[in-house]
Write a protein that binds this ligand. Structure first.
Ligand code: EPS
Length: 374
């Protein structure tokens, strides 16, 4: 399962093509739209989300609710294009009016301008924008539906906002409750504190990042490989997570905590009760680059949004003069959006790993092969 995305943030449409889907996978479009709406939600989002109403349109690869085994193409309309077409149209638009030269620290603006040889950061930011992640949610929800057919579920929640962190450990069954919360947090007191912090940051023209936990339940052991570095499950999943805009750190299981403890406190002791189990799950469900049958636990750090309304110090690319960075509108926090996106990219990456091991051209074949695994 391979996804290619295209589309600019204020262009006409975001598109995606998924290759390598088996036939006869039931596609629940309502569920795709549910996750698209979740990605738009969350306390601290900016004005853009009041304009967009993300819905998927499937263009190929599905007939009467089931995949054909052919490439699946889809689109998501950008409603804001109506306000931008005179500056963004493929032909005959005015490039001068929405030029951005007061480059934003932390955004792709400056490095992209130098690399792609343009004096307008608009040509860079339109594609670097996290708007692209809507397409990844579509593919991720299709991957989630594929994995669900095998009994594998993906969940997650927000563990922290700008230093307000929830140290609790929750059972997988409770994670879905987070989706009804304004910041996808499970501790209501900490969440209220985080909401107040977002309010304060907003009045200061500042922004917040946060900490996200993603979990995978029900995956059998042996997915990924210890035989070649590029096929290690932890490397594949961490790569997928790091490909999401604004993610700056990722850990699996105990993660960075492993560095501070002796082996006796880190490695999960093994027992047998009809199946091989671990007493603890510091490995986060992955040993030797392979799933070990325990839950996969992954945490990611999202940096604060780089568009600050108060504008950080920068240089105006047009004049070479010291300046305040551009900021017209911005999210104060988009950690809930990132949480939805991370569940999606983990689903897509995992579906690819599962397909690589099981092969198969249709869902019956795949379900049968998965069922035979220990
Ligand atoms: C983004 C800037 C904002 C965000 C956008 C990501 O868009 P705008 O410049 O139109 O206000 O809202 O995210 C989305 C549009 C989205 O759907 O997630 C950026 O610069 O990365």
């Amino acid at each position: 399962m391979k996804l290619t995305t295209a589309g600019e943030s204020h262009g006409k449409v975001l598109v995606g093509i998924i290759e390598g889907l088996p036939s006869n996978l039931y596609i629940d479009i309502e569920e795709i739209d549910y996750y698209l709406a979740l990605r738009q939600s969350g306390y601290g989002r900016g004005g853009r989300q009041k304009i967009e109403r993300d819905r998927v349109e499937i263009l190929s690869g599905v007939r009467n609710g089931r995949t054909l085994g052919s490439p699946l193409a889809f689109g998501i309309k950008n409603y804001d294009y109506e306000n931008w077409k005179q500056f963004m149209a493929p032909e005959g638009c005015d490039e001068t009016k929405r030029m951005l030269t007061k480059v934003r620290p932390g955004h792709a603006d400056l490095t992209g301008m130098l690399k792609y040889d343009t004096d307008d950061a608009r040509n860079i930011l339109e594609r670097a924008s996290a708007r692209e992640t809507a397409a990844r949610v579509v593919a991720g929800t299709i991957a989630r539906q594929f994995l669900r057919a095998l009994g594998v579920e993906i969940g997650g929640y927000v563990k922290g906002i700008c230093g307000i962190a929830d140290p609790a450990v929750y059972p997988f069954e409770r994670l879905s409750e987070a989706k009804n919360e304004p910041l996808f947090m499970l501790d209501k007191q900490l969440q209220s504190k985080a909401e107040r912090l977002i309010d304060n940051l907003k009045s200061d023209g500042d922004t917040a990042g946060g900490l996200i936990e993603i979990r995978v339940a029900g995956l059998k052991s042996g997915f990924g490989s210890c035989m070649q570095y590029s096929t290690k499950l932890d490397s594949v999943l961490c790569g997928a997570v790091m490909s999401v805009q604004a993610i700056k750190g990722v850990e699996i299981g105990l993660g960075f905590g492993c560095a501070d403890l002796p082996g006796s406190k880190v490695h999960d002791e093994i027992y047998y009760d009809g199946a091989y189990r671990r007493k603890t799950n510091n490995a986060g469900g992955i040993e030797g680059g392979m799933s070990n049958g325990e839950e996969i636990v992954l945490r990611a750090a999202m940096k604060p949004i780089p568009t600050l309304m108060r504008g950080l110090e920068t240089v105006d690319y047009a004049t070479g003069e010291r300046s305040r960075a551009a900021g017209e509108r911005s999210d104060v926090a988009a950690v809930c959006a990132a949480e939805t996106v991370l569940e999606s990219v983990v689903s897509t990456a995992l579906a690819e790993v599962v397909s690589a091991r099981l092969g198969g051209d249709n869902m019956s074949e795949i379900i049968e092969r998965y069922g035979k695994l220990k």
